[in-house]
Design a protein around this ligand. Structure first.
Ligand code: SAM
Ligand code: DTB
Ligand code: SF4
Length: 370
């Protein structure tokens, strides 16, 4: 998917006054947005979207599971939880070279960000050493980096930021009220703490949730309210449609009406005008019209590549065809981003981590351990 030239009118800040960024949306205000006639809601979302973004550009991320399965947490939606039998085995942390190979392939296929996920409650120090090397090596390819490793404390977040990690993904998943129905092994407050550690360390925040888990409409509004209360807003907001995996307690939950999903995307766009809203998991089960409506509602990021972490995603050829049909193009990495590092700087960071890792290996790293 080559980047195409496009009209920059949307980027002219003098053209129209931009919608103010707010952090104080009330639940009633948000529910009122959800209750708008569908066309009015989408029109409003599209207006806000055009104030801040090229309406036809979509940020492209590719996911890789760097440590799969046997997670100690009990998230009811998750195929990787060790509490449920979904047929996934316990895998070891991938080798750095394998990750770099996959990242190169993702870049060649057109991704601008590489997201690495681990089925951990939180990373152990010796795992973190390996993970930091992955960050340096993937960054050195010219890709933005994102990791999702579970809870991180201030020290761990600091180490990730120092390694040059651009984004950390940690989802709130659902409303504070519904949360206890879905996860019992970590609290909502734990999640908010991780997000504030990530922010304090200077990384960009990626945080969103999952819809279609049997939640009430009010829970969808309350999830978006929590996200929109974060100041600043998360730069990236993944909205996942539940992928119902056999063996999880959610395998037979009732389908969410796709139009309700689109409404949530539109409301997210209105509440968080400057954030990238990602049409995240669940695209493989969605028809093209639903995806097209999600882009119209203000989604401007996707996961690209045949798999998410453990479940399927549309084939790249299908996505290319969809982009062509809709006249969409991949969003380029912002070369003026304040944290963009030169190639030399990236090489230095990667080298420092490789040396550190060799030292650690000699001391205690047990490669046979999961
Ligand atoms: N273990 C880490 C954590 O939970 O923070 C990172 C990996 S975890 C798989 C990342 C996110 O994937 C979860 O927070 C959840 O939002 C999403 N996810 C997991 N299983 C899903 C499913 N079946 N459908 C949709 N999203 C899912
Ligand atoms: C996010 O919000 N969704 C991605 C990513 N962040 C890590 C994960 C989706 C996982 C879907 C189930 C699976 O493939 O295992
Ligand atoms: Fe573990 Fe993350 Fe899955 Fe929860 S969502 S079970 S923490 S991998």
């Amino acid at each position: 998917m080559p980047a195409q030239s496009h009209d920059n009118a949307w980027a002219d800040p003098s053209a129209t006054p931009r919608t103010a960024i707010r952090y104080d949306w009330s639940l009633e205000e948000i529910e009122a947005l959800f209750a708008l006639p569908f066309n009015d809601l989408l029109f409003r979302a599209q207006q806000v979207h055009r104030e801040y973004f090229d309406p036809n550009a979509v940020q492209i991320s590719t996911l890789l599971s760097i440590k799969t399965g046997a997670c100690p947490e009990d998230c009811k939606y998750c195929p990787q939880s060790g509490h449920y039998n979904t047929g996934l085995g316990k895998e070891k942390l991938l080798e750095v070279e394998k990750v770099v190979e996959q990242a190169k392939a993702a870049k060649d296929a057109g991704a601008s960000r590489f997201c690495m996920g681990a089925a951990w409650r939180s990373p152990r120090e010796r795992d973190l050493d390996v993970v930091l090397e992955m960050v340096g090596r993937v960054k050195a390819l010219g890709l933005e980096t994102c990791m999702t490793l579970g809870m991180v404390d201030a020290h761990q977040a600091g180490r990730l930021a120092e390694a040059g990690l651009d984004y950390y993904n940690h989802n709130l998943d659902t409303s504070p009220e519904y949360y206890g129905e879905i996860i019992t092994t970590r609290s909502y407050a734990d999640r908010l703490d991780t997000l504030s550690n990530v922010r304090d360390a200077g990384m960009k925040v990626c945080s969103g949730g999952i819809l279609g888990m049997g939640e009430a409409p009010r829970d969808r509004a309350a999830l978006l309210q929590q996200l929109a209360r974060l100041e600043p807003h998360p730069e990236s907001v993944p909205i996942n449609m539940l992928v119902k995996v056999p063996g999880t307690p959610m395998e037979n939950v009732e389908d969410l009406d796709p139009l309700e999903f689109i409404r949530a995307i539109a409301v997210a766009r209105i509440l968080m005008p400057k954030s990238h809203v990602r049409l995240s998991a669940g695209r493989e089960q969605m028809d093209e019209s639903t995806q097209a409506m999600a882009f119209l509602a203000g989604a401007n990021s996707i996961f690209y590549g045949d798999t998410l972490l453990t479940t399927g995603n549309p084939q790249v050829e299908r996505d290319r065809a969809l982009f062509d049909k809709l006249g969409l193009h991949p969003e380029p990495i912002d070369p003026d981003a304040p944290d963009a590092r030169s190639d030399d700087e990236q090489d230095e960071i990667a080298l420092a981590h490789a040396i550190q890792r060799q030292r650690d290996d000699a001391l205690f790293y047990d490669a046979a351990r999961a």
